[in-house]
Structure formats: C-alpha cells, structure tokens
Design a protein around this ligand. Structure first.
Ligand SMILES: CC(C)(COP(=O)(O)OP(=O)(O)OC[C@H]1O[C@@H](n2cnc3c(N)ncnc32)[C@H](O)[C@@H]1OP(=O)(O)O)[C@@H](O)C(=O)NCCC(=O)NCCS
Length: 188
C-alpha cells in the first residue's frame, strides 16, 4: 500500500486507471474552458510510454486509487508549447531536469485521504533530488475553489526548498454584441 513509480502498467491496471481518470475529472466537465483530459487512446499511450513516469497509489490489495504522471519529454504534452518552457529553463531542459506534470488525480472514493500527499511527496523527491523544475497547469476553478495550487505548495514544502511561481496564463473573453449600431462609429 502506498505510492510507487511504476515503469509498466498491466492491462487490468490500465483499465482501472482509465476509468478512475474519467470519474475524477467528470465534475470539471462544465467548469473549465479548456479540456482537462486526454482522450482514452492518448491516456493509455502515455501510460505505456517509458519516458513518462507513472506515480501510482495502490491500496493493500493492489487496487489503483491515485495517479500522477511526470515527464521530461515536453513534446508529449499535446496542449503546451515546449519552446516556451525550454527557452525559460534551457539548462534544466538540456540536462533532463525540466519536467511536466500532465495529470494528478485521486479516485473520487479515496479523496481527502493521504493519497494526494503521497503523490506530491514522491514527485517532489524526484524533481528535488536533481534540482529540477516541475511545470503544471491549473484551471481557475481548481485554483480558486479547490485551493489546488496552495495544496501543491504546502505539501511540496514539507519535502523541498523551492520557489513556486506562475510562468504564464491564458484568459478567455466573450464579446457579446447587444444589437447593431444604426450608424457605425467613425474613427477616422
Ligand atoms: C485535486 C485532487 C487530486 C485532490 O485530492 P484530495 O485527496 O481531495 O486532496 P485533499 O483535500 O485530501 O488535500 C490534500 C492535502 O492538501 C492540503 N490542503 C487541502 N486544501 C488546502 C488548501 N486550500 N491550502 C493548503 N493546503 C491544502 C491538506 O492539508 C491535505 O494534506 P494533509 O492531509 O496532510 O493535511 C482531487 O480532488 C482530484 O483528483 N480532483 C480531480 C482531478 C483534478 O482536478 N486534478 C488536478 C488537476 S491535474
């Protein structure tokens, strides 16, 4: 029982993790402007990749109940622009110490236990041991309503000396026309 880095994920575990992934992110379906999940084939192929570290929390009988992934292959993350991060942390990238955390979740039936703490601890130890940089993204809902970033910071703080800063953000705007002007405003 606990969180371990697993190199290969057997088929039965992959099925359980895939189901857990869908269930954990279901509440965010209508709460965020960008998709928070990979599709099933993308998710499973990430589970299969050697370059992706899988931090898996399992109960005593081996049932997976928590998962985080971390990789230094930034090009594997479909929604980011690796060049932005590489430009910002060139030495970390060149030495394989620039990591991305594409997902982190706890099975809905096991949340508010010790699993989140276990995942963040193990990832902090891996990144901390090499003085790395671990990048993650967070939707506004998880930040403001769940306190996700504070949670990460407070748990990582138990294991590493670090700074924790926002490196970029993307906002969404709605232009809502409320009728047409009778005569366009002349700006000339
Ligand atoms: C985000 C998620 C992983 C959190 O897991 P959880 O089990 O509910 O986490 P908990 O509420 O038990 O909190 C874990 C720790 O953070 C700390 N914490 C919780 N809220 C906090 C806050 N607002 N500020 C600081 N620390 C906080 C807690 O103290 C706890 O540590 P402790 O048990 O040692 O005291 C879980 O809600 C989830 O899987 N959500 C769906 C997927 C998702 O949105 N993932 C994140 C984006 S990738």
């Amino acid at each position: 029982m606990g969180v371990n880095i697993e190199r290969t994920i057997d088929a039965e575990s992959a099925d359980a993790l895939s189901l857990m992934y869908r269930r954990a992110f279901e509440p965010l379906r209508t709460l965020t402007a960008t998709k928070q999940t990979l599709d099933d084939s993308e998710f499973r192929s990430m589970l299969d990749m050697d370059q992706v570290m899988k931090f898996v929390g399992r109960t005593g009988d081996g049932t997976p109940v928590a998962l985080a992934m971390m990789t230094s292959e930034l090009k594997l993350i479909p929604w980011i622009n690796p060049e932005f991060f590489i430009d910002r942390y060139p030495e970390h990238h060149a030495t394989g110490r620039l990591f991305y955390i594409p997902t982190l979740l706890v099975h809905p039936d096991h949340q508010r236990g010790h699993w989140f703490v276990g995942l963040v601890k193990e990832m902090s130890l891996v990144a901390g041991a090499v003085h790395g940089v671990a990048i993650m993204d967070c939707c506004r809902y998880n930040d403001e309503e769940l306190g996700f970033l504070d949670m990460i910071h407070s748990v990582a703080d138990r294991h590493t000396h670090h700074s924790f800063e926002e490196v970029d953000s993307q906002r969404f705007f709605a232009l809502c026309p409320d009728g047409l002007r009778r005569r366009p405003v002349d700006r000339s």
